[in-house]
Design a protein around this ligand. Structure first.
Ligand SMILES: [Zn+2]
Ligand SMILES: [Zn+2]
Length: 369
């Protein structure tokens, strides 16, 4: 579709529990950037911390929301590597081309141009994209038209639907890229605790690699989703013998190869660290504001020779393999389970309320509706 509209429409959350769609000038772009007509903006933390408490990350605020998304290129500059009509995944944030992350195929989340401590909050990430393009709109995902740096776009193969491509943002991609980085493979045992959409992404990725999945979970709604995904081993972390139950599922009861925390709270984190075998891996993928975990370097890291690792995003070097995974039938079947609800952006309030209730998996907003 050709963009004929001369306005943009952005989603705002002016106060907790209330949203408003506002008109803004149509975006403008400099070289190196394109304008994307967004189709799906998956909901990340907008429906929990932001909707209920107005607790923002450094890169968003009441008037600027959303970082995940897929859509169609509607405007390019001369010499662009993209053409109008290309369907693309937008990987959030900007690209400088010079920093450690950019020169090592790492993720844009770790590009210096997205670091508010290095460049200042107004110049960082999506705000910085608006500033560099001298544009009054378009830096963010929950807008009908979005500006994206070409270096952080990937063309979507014709046969891949938007709704599967959208899992290349904060759901499947985090676990997928982590598991690439740490070389999780067939026969490994992956334990997840605190199951939201990030942990579900880890589960989908672990199945794709033919690993065995074990979940520590209490939320009945989400347990039902895990069963639909094919998770056979679901253990209640309140059981007094939860650790014996986990270890009984591992080779020679030595503990799991990888434990993933999706909760961000010490209740799960402490348990997960206990369940990791010697020389195994502990991944922190969840964050809850104000929460801390007790970590004794000798006891938790040196004695068991464990690796502790965390990252937010997909590395550039993993993008192609991620898209190949998204084209896999079993991955798509599990994404269909993970994405429990889809709403038009005009009904975003219902979507945010639902996410706050936790009776959901991943929720998509269709931004043109
Ligand atoms: Zn960079
Ligand atoms: Zn996110």
């Amino acid at each position: 579709m050709i963009a004929t509209a001369q306005v943009n429409v952005a989603l705002t959350i002016p106060k907790p529990g209330a949203f408003e769609l506002v008109e803004r000038p149509y975006p403008q772009i400099n070289s190196g950037y394109v304008i994307v007509q967004t189709e799906i903006a998956p909901i990340c933390l907008e429906g929990t911390r932001i909707w209920t408490e107005h607790d923002f990350e450094f890169h968003d605020d009441p008037d600027h929301l959303g970082h995940e998304g897929v859509g169609t290129v509607v405007e390019v500059n001369p010499g662009s590597n993209f053409v109008v009509g290309d369907r693309v995944i937008v990987f959030q944030g900007d690209h400088c081309g010079h920093c450690h992350a950019c020169t090592n195929g790492m993720s844009p989340t770790y590009c210096d141009s997205n670091d508010p401590e290095l460049v200042g909050a107004k110049k960082a990430a999506m705000r910085g994209i608006e500033l560099k393009n001298n544009s009054a709109s378009g830096g963010f995902a929950m807008e009908r038209f979005r500006i994206a740096p070409e270096a952080n776009l990937m063309r979507i193969p014709d046969e891949l639907e938007f709704r599967y491509a959208a899992a290349a943002n904060c759901s499947l991609r985090v676990g997928f890229s982590y598991q690439e980085a740490m070389d999780i493979k067939a026969g490994d045992t992956v334990l997840v605790g605190g199951v939201g959409f990030i942990a579900m992404g880890h589960i989908i990725s672990a199945f794709y690699r033919n690993a065995t999945v074990i979940a520590l979970a209490r939320n009945e709604y989400r347990i039902a989703l895990l069963r639909q995904m094919g998770v056979e081993h679901i253990i209640n972390p309140d059981d007094s013998d939860w650790l014996e139950q986990v270890k009984a599922l591992t080779y020679r009861e030595q503990g799991v190869d990888l434990a993933v925390d999706g909760s961000g709270v010490s209740y799960y984190q402490q348990k997960l660290m206990q369940a990791v075998r010697k020389y195994g891996q502990m991944n922190f993928s969840g964050h809850t504001p104000g929460s801390h975990v007790h970590l004794n370097p000798l006891h938790h890291v040196m004695d068991p020779a464990r690796t502790i690792f965390g990252q937010h995003d997909v590395r550039v070097r993993d993008r192609q393999r991620l898209v190949r995974a998204l084209m896999d039938g079993d991955v798509q079947r599990r994404i269909d389970v993970m994405v429990t609800h889809e709403f038009p952006m005009s009904r975003a309030g219902e979507a945010f309320e639902l996410q706050a209730s936790k009776a959901c998996g991943k929720i998509y907003l269709w931004t043109q509706q």
